[in-house]
Write a protein that binds this ligand. Structure first.
Ligand code: N01
Length: 547
């Protein structure tokens, strides 16, 4: 595009969003480089290589939709692919689409400053590179900044300790070891049953229980693989309309439409089929109506009590907040693991871990010896990754400060004062199946850049009014759901899992279909929520798109 800049676009992160953005921007003949901190592609699937890691979404819609070659040539082996299979998939996509040569690995973004006089971003990296670009597309990942609780004494621990989200590449042998697992979110729930197979003891430290849905994994046979490939067009059509961008059936009845006996039959069927169907193929008011939600919540509690033989342990595992107020994990023998002799549960909700000792963990009342500690303690989600990076927009405004209290964005992808910066899976983007969501977002970003090029604009940014109205809209939507009760459930999508992080909505809960419609209407109306800077406007006057 220009001889005076290094690249038209710099993309951050080699996960689903970043690789798709790299591919599409290069298809537009834009010189593009992708910066990735890891040594290979995969994003969250590169870093989270802990034992038991696998997808919670079914393979056939937890993948890219855009490449006919990839869809035709890649075969999924099972309903929920392992981390290893996901890594192989990412490497396959990258090499099949010849993207690798445009990726700089082991390169972390440390800062980016908007140069208003030239309408370019000046990008800095950890290894001292300085790059200029017109467009900055951050696909750093909403769950890419792991959270380690500040518990005194960790430095003194004489054993090994690990974080699920920074898991080492080498194998770890748990044989004969006493393993402490801190955290019972989606990561902890996957780790526990797998580590329990070889460890001498597994002690799980639980602060808040989760509603763990049975995944019911199984291999996919050749006939299923053929059927999936033949159906891909419909799969994407359905996924883009489904509330959480998954190809799952959507039920038409609320809980009150059924007799109590039929309610149980509906819940039982979804429980047996497994996975997220329990959330979508049971009652259509499960997310909106407290009573409907409680019927489903109590059904799961009854399952926990039936599976876990020790009644006291079962009771501790029963959540008392509404189903979905935390993102429910899918389990692979999670509750069953508590029936093993070598697995025990410690409730640290009122008696927190106060100290790590050389030989284990201490609460106010007890000491628990451990050879290995696994922290499955989650992420500083969505706005967290920007906190450690010095991104400055117009007038030197820091993104970390803009997002410190109420996270601002328009459509989850653009922030006023930060021209030509697009945040894929940024704050107030839809809470939905990652690949489908980010593909829709990247398509919209390339539409926006095409619009700039067609009209000879060099910069675009959302108006403060459009950002304000999106922030307000996202907040109102949350209030209409049972998730508003998440005040009791310290969820990461409210920022409530991080000490000191202001509690506030970080995601859009209006549904993927509604969101994609909104993206389409914004693009079709020529981006009315934005102002554009004309290329020949030497005074850098910002002009309205409609002027
Ligand atoms: O993190 P989490 P995660 N003492 O925040 C506990 C995605 N994901 O990595 O709930 C004791 O859910 C904390 O307790 P509490 C998915 O979207 C997907 O497991 O805050 N405990 C909680 O139990 C998921 O929702 C997949 O009271 C402490 C746990 O640590 C998201 O990532 C797999 C503590 C953190 O749970 C996050 O999941 C994995 C302390 N001081 C993740 N501090 C798949 O799709 C924190 N905790 C397969």
């Amino acid at each position: 595009m220009s001889d005076s800049i290094d690249f038209d676009a710099v993309v951050i992160g080699a996960g689903f969003g970043g690789l798709r953005a790299l591919h599409d921007l290069r298809k537009m003949d834009l010189s593009t480089v992708l910066l990735e901190a890891g040594t290979d592609v995969g994003g969250v699937w590169y870093w989270n290589r802990y034992p038991g890691a696998r997808t919670d979404s079914e393979a056939w819609y937890y993948c890219y939709s855009f490449s006919k070659e990839v869809l035709a040539e890649w075969d999924w082996s099972q309903r929920y692919p392992t981390q290893d299979e996901m890594s192989r998939y990412f490497r396959f996509v990258t090499d099949r689409l010849d993207l690798r040569k445009h990726i700089r690995f082991q390169t972390r973004l440390t800062g980016a400053t908007w140069d208003e006089s030239a309408n370019v971003w000046l990008v800095q990296t950890n290894d001292g590179q300085s790059l200029t670009c017109r467009y900055l597309v951050s696909a750093a990942g909403p769950l890419s900044k792991p959270f380690l609780p500040d518990i005194p004494g960790l430095d003194s621990f004489a054993g090994e300790w690990y974080q699920t989200a920074f898991w080492p590449k080498h194998d770890i042998d748990f044989t004969g070891k006493r393993v402490a697992v801190v955290g019972t979110g989606a990561s902890g729930v996957q780790v526990v049953p797998v580590v329990a197979l070889s460890a001498a003891e597994v002690t799980v430290f639980q602060r808040t229980p989760n509603y763990v849905l049975p995944a019911r994994n199984r291999p996919l046979d050749e006939a299923e693989r053929v059927a999936i490939k033949a159906d891909y067009d419909n799969i994407w059509e359905r996924a883009r309309r489904q509330f959480y961008a998954m190809d799952l059936p959507v039920c038409e009845h609320g809980a009150a439409d059924y007799s109590p006996a039929d309610q149980q039959r509906v819940l039982e069927r979804a429980w047996e089929v497994g996975g997220f169907r329990f959330l979508f193929d049971t009652f259509n008011d499960l997310w909106l109506d407290g009573e409907a939600n409680e019927i489903a919540s109590e059904f799961i509690r009854s399952k926990i009590r039936a599976i876990v033989k020790d009644p006291a342990t079962a009771e501790l595992l029963c959540p008392q907040y509404p189903l979905a107020a935390k993102r429910p994990p899918c389990g692979h023998g999670y509750y069953e693991a508590y029936n093993r002799e070598n697995v025990s549960l410690v409730d640290v909700s009122k008696n927190p871990i106060t100290e790590i000792l050389p030989t284990g963990l201490r609460t106010a009342t007890d000491v628990y010896e451990a050879d290995v500690i696994i922290f499955a303690t989650g992420f500083d989600a969505i706005t967290g990754p920007a906190q450690g990076v010095d991104i400055r927009g117009r007038d030197g405004r820091r993104l970390s400060e803009v997002w410190e209290t109420v996270p601002r964005s328009y459509l989850g992808m653009a922030v006023d004062g930060f021209p030509n910066m697009f945040t894929v899976a940024g704050p107030l983007g839809p809470f939905a199946n990652g690949p489908t969501m980010v593909e829709g977002q990247v398509e919209w970003v390339t539409d926006a850049i095409s619009r700039m090029q067609r009209h000879g604009a060099v910069a675009m940014e959302p108006t403060p009014e459009s950002v304000d109205s999106w922030v307000q809209h996202a907040g109102e939507i949350l209030e209409g759901t049972v998730l508003a009760n998440a005040a009791t459930a310290n969820s990461w999508f409210l920022g409530a899992n991080i000490p000191g992080k202001p509690r506030g909505i970080l995601a859009y809960f209006g549904g993927a279909g509604t969101y994609f419609d909104r993206l389409d209407s914004e693009a079709e109306a020529d981006f009315p929520g934005f102002t554009f800077t004309a290329a020949d406007d030497t005074a850098q006057q910002t002009v309205s798109v409609n002027s």
